[in-house]
Design a protein around this ligand. Structure first.
Ligand code: AMP
Length: 281
């Protein structure tokens, strides 16, 4: 496995490989089984696998956790090497955003709700860095997790809207056995906080059961999730929304083929998100 930090070196090596199908997995590192599920698919489905590790400053707002975001490149690289990854791209901030960098991808209407509404500029930062990574690595396929559903949907739309020659593959959420979705941010949680955090997947599971039993009113689903989460002291509900999978706009009625139910909570200083989808991105 080769680790690149410079775009020029990456470019040289990829050009030397000639016409091969590259699978790219963009990450911010501190890898867990969720990331590794994307990595396994990228290895399986492509001639060459590339994993990028870059904590992207342009997707963090003021007061967010950019500085304390967990980082351990050596550990990540040994996990990736053991998995059989071909290349890691781990650039410094200056390599990605050199002096004079000005262009950003606009997030548009898909960024109006869910996390986009609460994290101004976040998705513009995400789309910009993904566009750069696609330009740098020229993959045939790029891999995202459904854990960050809004991100997956917005990136898929950017690829379509801007006619980017890459296929987005969106893979299911990987969870711990108790239901908590894996996240690099879970390690911020104390054990008492982690226990409380289980209400997030628990409330979503309860809502899913009600939908499966025939409920179609989005407001009922929102109330069900909100009341379960609000009942737990020390867990602050940031949002719960029921939106269309395609346009990310609020729904009155649940469409069994086209609905995203997503929520975000704060527990102490930690922000966690989770969701489920009806239909496919
Ligand atoms: P991050 O390092 O948090 O930017 O995540 C990199 C990629 O891994 C994103 O596409 C995430 O959606 C995906 N990912 C993160 N957590 C999970 C999870 N629990 N299950 C599946 N994919 C995940």
């Amino acid at each position: 496995m080769k680790v690149w930090t410079e775009i020029a070196a990456l470019d040289r090596d990829l050009s030397a490989l000639g016409a091969i199908g590259i699978g790219l997995v963009p990450t911010m590192g501190y890898l867990h089984r969720g990331h590794m599920s994307l990595v396994a698919a990228a290895i399986k489905e492509n001639d060459v696998s590339v994993v990028s590790i870059f904590v992207n400053p342009s997707q963090f707002g003021p007061g967010e956790d950019l500085e304390r975001y967990p980082r351990d490149l050596a550990r990540d690289c040994s996990m990736l090497e053991a998995a059989g990854v071909d290349f890691v791209f781990a650039p410094a901030v200056r390599e990605m955003y050199p002096h004079g960098f000005v262009t950003r991808v606009e997030q548009g209407v898909l960024g109006e709700h869910l996390c986009g509404r609460r994290r101004p500029g976040h998705f513009s930062g995400v789309l910009t860095v993904v566009a750069k990574l696609l330009g740098i690595c020229r993959p045939e396929r790029v891999y995202f997790g459904a854990k960050d559903a809004q991100q997956a949907i917005m990136v898929s739309r950017m690829i379509r809207d801007l006619n980017m020659a890459v296929k987005a593959r969106i893979l299911p959420i990987v969870r711990d056995p108790d239901g908590l979705a894996l996240s690099s941010r879970n390690q911020y949680l104390s054990s008492a906080e982690r226990e409380r955090a289980l209400i997030l997947p628990g409330a979503l599971r309860a809502a899913r059961r009600i939908i499966d039993a025939g409920e179609r009113n989005a407001a009922t689903i929102v109330c069900e999730i909100a009341s379960r989460i609000n009942a737990i002291a020390g867990v602050e509900l940031e949002y719960v929304e029921v939106v269309g999978l395609n346009d990310l706009q609020p729904l009155d009625l649940i469409d069994p083929q086209n609905t995203l139910v997503a929520a975000a909570v704060r527990i102490g200083n930690t922000r966690l998100i989770d969701n489920f989808m009806l239909g496919e991105i």
